[in-house]
Design a protein around this ligand. Structure first.
Ligand code: FAD
Ligand code: EPU
Length: 343
């Protein structure tokens, strides 16, 4: 186990923000994670929320300052089938496995369920953190259980789906139990005879455009990949962390009031007389789409994505995000909650 000092995190976060970690270490199994956290040299866990940063692929983080503590990068490998019955296979994936490669491996094996989630950046270990979702599917739909290392009680704990308290871009690990557990592996229940989810309009259109006759999990993944490439900036080219804000959920009555003023407003009905608004629409209508201030900007093709054109600082991106949410609040009376984890 090696602890490096004063390491730049520029290549470890998809915004490409150049901040330093005071201490940095990579672990590939649970014993070395435990040893790392126990190291007598640095009492990292005494003020755990301020001194320890668990890093996956860094694709949902806004790093605003040098990190004056220990950054631990989770590289635990491995994908294996652990059980099966007539309809399902159970697959356990090490937290350090790249998410997209996990999805493609499952497709290669003919195991269905994750195909709508192709090309989401980051690692499998972070996928439960905000219950990643796209194109009508969330991981909670195929989640079985996960294993996590309890930093306080120093033991491995299993969490079922109910215990993860999954919600829209939420879980217990992003909320109440933030920084207490390091997720070490995630298990999925996948389908041998998958049901195809193509209700999301854009997928159907893309499948038609590609002339797909025989629907398959691979064809769905290909359609999703193609849509995502056409809309979202590639972090390898322009720094970003995907949607910066969540899509806000408001009462249906408030939606009707907004609709009377803005008939073209985009909203999707939810249970409980609520409506989910498209934050990208709100931000575009507030005039921010394509806006740039120094190297911080609001993407020209997707207003929900804030970008770093090169040398923006985390503070500059945060300042821009505050201006955007303030103007959306003034214009529409709607609060935008950040999806990205600000560190
Ligand atoms: P990181 O950014 O490294 O970490 C995210 C948070 O989880 C941090 O708080 C970190 O401390 C914590 N964490 C990470 N690993 C662990 C662990 N093993 N144990 C405990 N805590 C941990 N998200 C979606 O839901 N849907 C999308 O469609 C989507 N599209 C995106 C498109 C682009 C271009 C980009 C850049 C991002 C997109 N995202 C999307 C966001 C991001 O890809 C996901 O949130 C992803 O799961 C983050 O994984 P990561 O490994 O990079 O996490
Ligand atoms: N829209 C605009 N202007 C914009 C952007 C979007 O008017 O600049 C409108 C679109 O026309 C569309 C609606 O907003 O009617 C929704 O847009 P889109 O389909 O692009 O999806 P989104 O709601 O912006 C969400 C997720 C994405 C996920 C896609 C596909 C959130 C916060 N974002 O984006 O997830 O990939 O749907 O399912 O829920 C992420 O979480 O990082 C992320 C990228």
């Amino acid at each position: 186990m090696q602890i490096q000092e004063n390491i730049s995190l520029k290549n470890y976060n998809s915004f490409g923000l150049d901040v330093n970690a005071k201490y940095f270490s990579v672990f590939t199994d649970i014993p070395s994670l435990a040893e790392l956290l126990e190291t007598g040299r640095h009492p990292f866990t005494t003020e755990r929320s301020r001194r320890l940063l668990i890093l996956g692929g860094g694709s949902n983080m806004l790093l605003t300052n040098d990190f004056n503590g220990l950054v631990i990068k989770n590289n635990i490998p491995g994908i294996r089938k652990t059980a099966e019955d007539e309809q399902h296979v159970y697959v356990t994936v090490g937290a350090g496995e790249n998410w997209h490669e996990t999805v493609m491996h499952c497709i290669d094996m003919g195991w269905g369920g994750l195909e709508n989630l192709a090309l989401i950046p980051g690692n499998t270990g972070a996928s439960p953190m905000q219950n990643i979702g796209a194109y009508g599917v969330e991981i909670k739909d195929h989640f079985y259980q996960l294993e996590a290392w309890d930093i306080e009680d120093k033991k491995t704990v299993i969490f079922t789906a109910a215990e993860c308290e999954f919600g829209y871009r939420e879980s217990v690990f992003k909320g109440r139990l933030k920084n207490r557990f390091v997720i070490t592996s995630v298990s999925f229940r996948l389908d041998k005879n998958p049901a195809f989810h193509i209700t999301y309009g854009a997928i159907r259109e893309e499948l038609e455009r590609q002339g797909v006759q025989d629907l398959s999990i691979r064809a769905i993944a290909d359609a999703v990949i193609s849509i995502r490439r056409s809309k979202l900036p590639d972090p390898a080219v322009i720094g970003n962390a995907g949607s910066f804000f969540k899509n806000p959920e408001i009462p249906a009555s408030q939606f009707e009031e907004l609709k009377s003023v803005y008939p073209e407003i985009v909203g999707y009905p939810l249970p409980g007389a609520m409506v989910k608004l498209a934050a990208g629409w709100l931000i575009e209508k507030a005039g921010w789409k394509g806006y740039r201030e120094g190297d911080a900007g609001c993407h020209a093709k997707q207003a929900l994505v804030l970008v770093n054109y090169g040398n923006a600082s985390g503070h500059e991106i945060l300042k821009l995000s505050d201006k955007i949410s303030e103007s959306v609040r003034e214009k529409f009376g709607v609060h935008l909650q950040k999806e990205v984890n600000v560190v």
